[in-house]
Design a protein around this ligand. Structure first.
Ligand code: IDP
Ligand code: MG
Length: 151
């Protein structure tokens, strides 16, 4: 089992793109384990983006991600789920992201790239713990259409 932490960033929420982006994830067949709208605190943002501390874009990134509500969600699935979600999200810079990806279809600039997705199963676990208490995550459940998505 793998977990990916996904964030629909302030620009996605403000632009009314929660529905279209969640639809893509649902239609692909992914299973949501937890989902909520939050106002990210500076502490949460710094913890989440700790690896980027000291980079030129860091302070702008923290301002951006805390500037309006975000939707945080956890997607679970078999091995490879994290990589699959990253492929759906597309390259960091939307200007270079392939058409058909979320960033490639909805964005234009790196500083407004709409969505975050964990880049490894380890980060999926680490990032999930920043935003969700264990009781906020649904345990074992299967979508009714599971057998029509999985062999
Ligand atoms: P990722 O979100 O595709 O994993 P990272 O390199 O981990 O990309 O960067 C984290 C986030 O920091 C990006 O999604 C983007 O919001 C922001 N970011 C990265 N590079 C730049 C930049 O050069 N200018 C402005 N923002 C940036
Ligand atoms: Mg990253």
């Amino acid at each position: 089992m793998e977990r990916a932490l996904i964030i629909l960033k302030p620009d996605a929420v403000q632009r009314g793109l929660i529905g279209p982006i969640l639809s893509r994830l649902e239609q692909r067949g992914l299973r949501f384990q937890g989902l909520k709208l939050i106002q990210m605190t500076k502490d949460m943002a710094c913890q989440h983006y700790a690896e980027h501390e000291g980079k030129s874009f860091f302070s702008g990134l923290i301002t951006y991600i805390t500037s309006a509500p975000v939707l945080v969600l956890v997607v679970t699935g078999k091995a490879g789920t994290v990589e699959l979600v990253r492929a759906m999200v597309g390259a960091t810079n939307p200007a270079k992201a392939a058409p058909g990806t979320i960033r490639g279809d909805f964005g234009l600039e790196i500083g407004r790239n709409l969505i975050h997705a964990s880049d490894s199963p380890e980060n999926g676990e680490r990032e999930t713990e920043i935003f969700f208490k264990s009781e906020e995550l649904i345990g074992q459940w299967e979508r009714a259409i599971h057998i029509w998505i999985h062999e």
